[in-house]
Design a protein around this ligand. Sequence first.
Ligand code: SF4
Length: 419
Amino acid sequence: MNWDRVKEKLNILSDAAKYDVSCSSSGSKRPNKDKGLGDTTGMGICHSYTEDGRCISLLKILLTNFCIYDCAYCVSRRSNDIKRVAFTVEEVVDLTINFYRRNYIEGLFLSSGIFKNPDYTMERLVRVAKTLRTEHNFNGYIHLKTIPGASDDLMKEAGLYADRLSVNIEMPSEQALKKLAPEKNTSDIIRPMGYLSQAIVAAKEEKALIRSAPVFAPAGQSTQMVIGATPDTDRDIILKANSLYQDFKLKRVYYSGYVPISNDNRLPGLQSPIPFVREHRLYQADWLMRFYQFSAKEIVTDEQPQLDSDIDPKLGWALRNLHLFPIDINKADYEMILRVPGIGVNSAKKIISARLYERLGWEQLKKIGIAVNRARYFIFCKDARYNYIGLQATTIRQQILAGSESKYQQHLKSQLSLF
Ligand code: SF4
């Protein structure tokens, strides 16, 4: 293998892969000097989380940045004048094995532009995973992007070798997809999601009955939506994500803020990337749907279709629903405690257990780990030290924001005092 040529491809194809946020890049560039230990190499190593919560490093690359499609928001689009390269299947396999042996990575995240047609490309992606598993006995993590429009047979084979599969939904609405990615169609994206969802459930059921049954994409499927390339509101995005979770039992929806890389007139003329805070609020809203039992329509309403960038969506919901508060922390049910700003899932569980033994006051609640500076506006407990009942939503909002501000200033001060 010509390593200089492979290194050049690695530079180009790991850089092109960075726009996929299904796992985030470490951004670290620390070379191995003086025969030291370890090397982050800076090329294509990113971190992701497995099902059991372990953080793992992955080689994140495209198989190729050639593409027959011309999606306006994508750096690999056909009309973009960039250097094109493609790995062979053997090169990706060798890179993965070599990086794995050197302890740089624990797995592979492989996506691709589309050369020739979806099946032609998908067949190569599957061959990488199959060769790693069957010829090299590779037991590391493999995440394969599936190619919209590829056949069910290839999806089925992919699921036998990959831990996770993902099909990118790309846009929150069909109109947006038609406008920005006219060669793609929603059914080519939705159909494989449906196929994978059924195959994952069927494989789990079979495995429960027959221990020797093959596993199929044991880490499930995920997707990604590009945010800010169209006028779709946060409400459109959250409702779409919610329907994907419900219809296809997705493990994750990732939100990728549009990075202006093209002056295509179908795109908004942005000079800078979508503010990070928009992505962040969307992830918080997503979290509320998955772990806090909120419905999408509670988080984003017809009247307020955009998430408030200054406060998190849980606080936003509580301020719109002040008539439901304050709650008695010693009596309220678990579902309602979960909805209190400043109380997370673990703290809510601890509150339920702790109050079996005693009535809780502020000191116990602090020890449990709740953020009293936020929660105190929405709960009462055995001692009446904080009494904020009766305050208007705007006042609570101002006070909480002022508190966060002064905390931030304190943090800044402590950082400055280090120098
Ligand atoms: S199909 Fe994928 S790689 Fe090709 S232009 Fe569209 S988003 Fe980019």
